[in-house]
Each structure stands twice: as C-alpha cells, then as structure tokens.
Write a protein that binds this ligand. Structure first.
Ligand code: GDP
Ligand code: IMO
Ligand code: MG
Length: 430
C-alpha cells in the first residue's frame, strides 16, 4: 500500500500527465494499465516540455520504476522511438522501464486495419487516432493477438503467426482489397523488437504487488477517460479498452485492497476529440476563444478538440462509476477571460428531467442541457498555487463543481507547470 489511481474523468486530455508527473515525485512506481499510443500525456517541468504516448509519466522522477501493464497495447516501433527521443533529451530510462510479458502488441496490420475500417465507416466514423488500438484489442478478445512474451521466442512466434495471419489476410484481401502481410515481414520486425526491447519484457504483475506489499507507493496512470470507456462511455464512440477503475485492476493485476485513493481528473470545462454526442458543446465565439486561448488541439493527432461547458450530469455519473476519493480540476486559468460561465446541472429529454445520462447514444444526442450561469472572476487565476489567493468567484465556481461531482476537489491546477498547482489537501500524506 498505497496505490493512487489517476483516472480521466471526462473524454480524455484532462491534464492527467501534469498531475501524474507532479505526484510521481513521491512514488516508487508509475504504471500504465490501459490504452496505447492513442494517449498523449503532456508534462512540462524543469527538464522541458514532453508529450508521452506509451512511456509512463514517472520518467522524470528519480528512483521511479515505470511499468507498462498487461492491459496496455504496445506498438513496439512507437515505444522504441519514444525511448530514443527521451534519451536525446537527456532522460535515460534503460534501467527504469518494464513492459508486461502479457501486454498485447500493436502489429503493423492493426494500424492498417484501423484506417481501413474508419474509411469504410464513412459518416459513421468514430474518429479514432488511427494507431491500431481497436484492431489490437479485437485480436486480444478473439484470442488471435500477439503478446510481448511471444517475441522472446521467434520459433514459436512463427508458428503462431502461421495460425493467425491467414484470418487477418483474408480480411485485408477480401474485405479491403489490399495486399496481405507475410509471416517473414513480421518475423523480421519481431527480431529487431526482440533485440531492442527484449530486456524490458518482464512479469510485472508480481513486481508491482511486491512493492505494494512492502508499503511502496504506486501511481496508476490512467489513459483516455471514463466517457471513452468501452462499457461506460458513449458507445460506439469510445476507445476499445477500460480507462475506468476496473481497468486499473485487470490491466495490472493489482489487488483492489491496495488502491487507497482514486483521483478523478476533470478539466474546468469539457472537451472531446473525435465523433459522438457532446451535450454541452459550444459552437460560438466562446468555444472558439477557449480553443485558441488553451490551444485545445490533440496531443496525439493535432486535431482541434471540441469544446463545451462543464457537464455536471456526466461528472456525477463519472464519480458514480469510478468512486473518486478526490477530484482534481485542471485548466481553471483557461476560464480567466470569460465573464459569464455556464455549468450544466441537468438534462431535458422530451418532458423528462434527467440527472444521469441515458445509456443509449441516440437518447443522449437528444438531451438538451439545463444551465446555471456563474459570474467570472476579475483577478486571473493563472499560476496561483495558494488557495487563499484564489478570487472569490473562482472559489464559488470550484465549490459548485465539487457539489455537482459529489466528492471533494483536493487539487486545483492553474497552469501546465508543476508549480502551478494548488494542493487543497495533501492527498499523499495519509
Ligand atoms: P492528458 O492526456 O490528460 O495527459 O492531457 P493532455 O496532455 O492531452 O492535454 C492537457 C493539456 O493541458 C496539456 O497541454 C497540458 O500542458 C495542459 N495543462 C494541464 N494542466 C493545465 C492547467 O492547469 N492550465 C493550463 N493552462 N494548461 C494545463
Ligand atoms: P489521453 O490519454 C482524448 C479518442 C479518439 C476517438 C476515440 C477512439 O491523451 O487522454 P482510438 O484511437 O482509441 O480507437 O479512438 O477515442 N481518444 C482520445 N481522446 N484523449 C485520449 O487519450 C484519447 N485516446 C483515444 O479521439 O474519438
Ligand atoms: Mg492527452
């Protein structure tokens, strides 16, 4: 004990990277448990500006072991590239990285299939990141996936590929009319991956639990957010994994009793990348000004993020599913320039008033938000690190969000840097 789960509480990009980097200064392990390089986690600290996709955000803190858990899908080429980029920036992770032998690999054909499937969906496209995430998780559930341990034994991998590739190739050729992939081409790549990554592939489940049993501190690094969860998100406009608390347990094989804190990371407003319902979405100048001021463009794909007011219905739902012990609100400073701020406190669906989102995407599309309007604040919050310096109206706004989410807001972030953080309560000290 203890393990701190850091979970995206909206549609991803809430600022998890910043908070994980901040908390990892006092951790022994930082461990990713779901998703893959669809994630883009920004960290800005004294070492520079970084955008991490696969490598956990603990790499900037000395004596942290960085673990990629079994629930993650790993594109080996992306991992190699990211390690090289970090090394160039003077951050050597050769002694501090571990990849679960059970993690599934994103193969070149998964990346091809992701784009082919999206093109085929036409107007119904999900707006995926095109990184092969869905096809890799599909193979995992079909039991035709290739795992990290498989590249350690190339003889066995050949046998495995000869069994799984005919099915994949039938899809490539018969459905998409593209060239099939050969066993040899994959084996050639796998030999290179084995050379470069072989020494990092380990039985991490046991290691993480041993550290927890010895009273070590583990930060569980969530990717994406609850509203992109395969079960609890706005299906089918979701990712293919479980960024929720259940995913943290299965994606690392840690015992639930070790999880002492569950932190829900919320932006002070809402954003979304890709398609799907977004009840509080803004299509006016206010939305545009937030996008511009906050540079709301995807960390992984560069796409403009859709912007909307804070959605209290989805926030309460998020807390119900994940059971946060603390909420974290980021990007409060982005609202500094806005005179009148709306928050959604309920939905209207026909003649019904809802306090929980409907499960069906068609019904959610029809929900119209019920807004409350709060006054903006006259003094900028950007960079404030002491709660007592927060302007009164910003406190009123935070109190309203706390009430809507239904759990205490223990951290407020007022800028992208480590020190632009208000610790309302020191959650790392029991
Ligand atoms: P993640 O995927 O949840 O890690 O979030 P991203 O890194 O994709 O996007 C969050 C963006 O917000 C990044 O550009 C961060 O540098 C930035 N950020 C985080 N916290 C704050 C904050 O409190 N204020 C401002 N202005 N930017 C922040
Ligand atoms: P982080 O960890 C925001 C979105 C994509 C798309 C949907 C499915 O940085 O918060 P996928 O490629 O996963 O099959 O795409 O999920 N998406 C994210 N949106 N932040 C992320 O990660 C995301 N990861 C996936 O835009 O709508
Ligand atoms: Mg991101």
């Amino acid at each position: 004990m203890p393990a701190y789960a850091i979970l995206g509480a909206q549609w991803g990009d809430e600022g998890k990277g910043k908070i994980i980097d901040y908390l990892s200064q006092r951790a022994n392990i930082v461990a990713r448990f779901s998703g893959g390089n669809n994630a883009g986690h920004t960290v800005i600290n004294d070492m520079g500006d970084f955008s991490l996709h696969l490598v956990p955000c603990g790499v900037f803190s000395k004596s942290v072991t960085n673990v990629i858990g079994n629930g993650v899908v790993v594109d080996p080429d992306v991992l190699i590239e990211e390690m090289q980029a970090l090394e160039k920036a003077g951050i050597d992770i050769s002694q501090s990285l571990m990849v679960s032998e059970r993690a599934h690999l994103i193969m070149p054909y998964h990346v091809m299939l992701d784009t082919l499937a999206e093109n085929r969906r036409g107007k119904q496209a999900i707006g995926t990141t095109g990184k092969g995430i869905g096809p890799a998780y599909s193979d995992k559930t079909l039991r035709t996936g290739i795992r990290a341990a498989d590249i350690l034994d190339l003889e066995n991998l050949k046998v495995r590929l000869e069994s799984v590739l005919p099915y994949t190739n039938a899809i490539l050729e018969k459905i998409y009319a593209v060239e099939p992939v050969t066993t040899e081409s994959i084996l050639e790549k796998a030999a290179d991956w084995k050379n470069r990554l072989g020494s990092y592939i380990k039985p991490v489940g046991r290691y993480v639990n041993d550290v927890l049993d010895d009273d070590g501190t583990v930060v569980l690094e969530g990717a994406q957010g609850i509203l992109l969860d395969l079960d609890h998100g706005t299906y089918p406009f979701v990712t293919s994994s479980s960024p929720t608390i259940g995913g943290a347990i299965t994606g690392l094989a840690i015992q639930p009793r070790h999880i002492t804190s569950v932190l829900g990371i919320f932006k002070a407003y809402n954003t979304r990348v890709g398609s799907g319902p977004f009840p509080t979405e803004l299509f006016d100048d206010v939305g545009e000004s937030i996008r511009t001021v906050a540079r709301e463009f995807g960390t992984t794909t560069g796409r403009p993020r859709r912007i909307g007011w804070f959605d209290g219905v989805l926030a309460r739902y998020s807390n119900r599913v994940n059971g946060y012990t603390s909420a974290v609100v980021t990007r409060l400073d982005v609202l500094d320039h806005i005179d009148s701020i709306k928050v959604c406190v309920g939905y209207k669906l026909g003649t019904d008033i809802l306090d929980e989102p409907p499960g069906g995407v068609a019904a959610l599309e029809k929900c119209s938000p019920i807004y409350e309007t709060l006054e903006g604040w006259d003094i900028p919050t950007a960079g404030i690190s002491d709660l007592s310096n927060l302007p009164t109206n910003a406190r009123v706004y935070i109190d309203r969000l706390e009430n809507l989410i239904g759990c205490p807001i223990d951290i407020i972030s007022t800028g992208p840097h480590r020190d632009q953080t208000i610790m309302v309560k020191d959650i790392l000290t029991p």
